[in-house]
Design a binder for this molecule. Structure first.
Ligand code: ARG
Length: 470
């Protein structure tokens, strides 16, 4: 559709707000204005909000109890129609609020016109989206808990499975696979905390703020807030209709979570590569190649790795849409919904897929141990031993150890393959006892500091995490 040269088509103007209009709307106006294609996802929240509002209006004597009753029942009919897929959505009716209200009029007649007393679409949409996002916070929490459990189950199996720990993706020190997985359990725990914080702050009701200034009707905002599970009504009517920081916080939490998932996804990609070979993904979470029969591709992990593109994008969209908007409601705010929906859909599938991959993967401890042995991973242990036994400052011990590593490299040997003679050619204080610290299992077992990788520390951490993250 282009503006130049298109034939202006007159369409009847909304019967809901059309009182002062005589001409029809341009087709383009309808196209730019309509949000019904996506905001229909708010129908449950919209109906719940309308029912709470109608009951409050009746309780306050603003409408009759029988009108409130037919409104509530009519809305239940509409809920069923939408659930069954029998509801016909109209672009000309712009959004979910007017689609439902117009249908309500068809079903119950005149009382439908009383529902919008002391309310505006401004407080209505703010309420709907808050309710929707609040529900997502709960659903994401459930999904993240399940993912944490999958990680903890694997961590328990591999609390003592040795692997190289990396910095700069260079072999650093021996760790256990269980310890590595538990790092993600902690990250996801903080992610859950961020959603919980956001949920707590967003749980105040905009309903009853009306267009922006409040209303002259004797409404009871505490009653509707309570009916909808909010902790309280929002204190300022102008803030209530124009605040979108609840969605920003939600998307910020989503973006951070997606970023964490992408880190794990990247590790899964290289752990499952044939160079690493640390794990194998199950058939259920792998794909083949249409041309290369040997391929076993980690597409699911790669897609999870990609998700921050759109989820962080959604956060940036939200921040940018609201930036510079004056008080109070502006139609720009209609563009708050698609990023929220898109981020939610993609985060949801990313968490679920990650859980599936983690639960199903096969771990190859032998390959991990082999990688560990070839990477001089116990060099720090040797330096520590020198400090503890030879009364040498750590910086000097570091230097001596560097010479031992250089010798091993030169001889094409692993550290634990060096003979006592070879060790003593670097420093005559090195003894047979020194050789023992070059063993990765001994190294890991010695990391007994709280939060360290010693298998009994890891087991204790898992036990504590199961309590904290239930
Ligand atoms: N569809 C609108 C939105 O999503 C509803 C609020 C419309 N309010 C208005 N004053 N036009 O933001």
């Amino acid at each position: 559709m282009t503006a130049s040269g298109h034939k202006k088509k007159s369409t009847s103007t909304s019967s809901i707000w059309g009182g002062r209009f005589s001409g029809g709307q341009d087709e383009l106006m309808i196209a730019v204005n309509a949000s019904i294609d996506y905001d229909q996802r708010l129908y449950e929240q919209d109906i719940n909000g309308s029912q709470a509002h109608a009951e409050m209006l009746a309780a306050q004597g603003i409408i009759s109890a029988s009108d409130a009753d037919s409104i509530t029942k009519g809305l239940e009919v509409i809920r069923d129609e939408i659930r069954q897929g029998d509801f016909v959505f109209s672009h000309a009716l712009e959004d979910i609020h007017m689609n439902i209200e117009t249908r309500l009029k068809e079903i119950i007649g005149e009382p439908a016109g009383r529902l919008h007393t002391a309310r505006s679409r401004n407080d209505q949409v703010a309420t709907d989206l808050r309710l929707w996002v609040r529900q997502q916070c709960d659903d994401i929490d459930t999904a993240l808990t399940a993912l944490q459990q999958a990680l903890m189950d694997q961590a328990e199996q591999h609390a003592a499975t040795l692997m190289p720990g990396y910095t700069h993706l260079q072999t650093a020190q021996p760790v256990t696979f269980g310890h590595h997985l538990m790092a993600y359990v902690e990250m996801l725990g903080r992610d859950r905390g961020r959603f919980a914080d956001a949920r707590k702050r967003m749980n105040e009701s905009p309903l009853g703020a009306a267009a922006l200034a409040g209303t002259s009707f004797p409404i009871d905002r505490h009653m509707t807030a309570k009916a909808l599970g909010f902790d309280a009504p929002m204190a300022n009517s102008m803030d209530a209709v124009s605040a979108r920081d609840f969605a920003m916080e939600y998307l910020a939490a989503a973006a951070i979570t997606a970023t964490h998932l992408s880190r794990l996804a990247e590790e899964i990609v290289f752990w499952s590569s044939d160079r690493f070979g640390f794990i194998r993904l199950s058939d259920a979470f792998s794909t083949g190649s249409s041309i290369m029969p040997q391929k076993r591709n980690p597409d699911a992990a790669e897609l999870v790795r990609a998700k921050p593109g759109r989820i962080t994008g959604a956060l940036i969209t939200m921040l940018t849409v609201v930036k510079g908007l004056p008080m109070t409601y502006c139609k720009d705010m209609q563009e708050d919904k698609e990023p929220v929906f898109d981020a939610t859909d993609h985060l949801g599938i990313a968490i679920a897929v990650m859980e599936g991959m983690i639960r199903d993967m096969t771990v190859f401890p032998k390959v991990m141990a082999e990688a560990l042995a070839s990477g001089f991973a116990t060099a720090t242990d040797l330096a520590d031993w020198i400090v503890a036994h030879l009364n040498v400052p750590f910086r000097d011990a570091h230097h001596i150890t560097g010479q031992v590593v250089a010798l091993a490299e030169h001889k094409n040997k692993r550290l634990d393959e060096l003979t006592l003679d070879e060790l003593q050619s670097v420093h005559d204080g090195l003894t047979a006892e020194t050789l023992a610290v070059l063993d990765p299992a001994a190294s890991v077992a010695s990391r007994q500091s709280y939060g360290g990788t010693a298998p009994d520390q890891v087991k204790a951490a898992i036990k504590a995490a199961r309590k904290r993250f239930s």
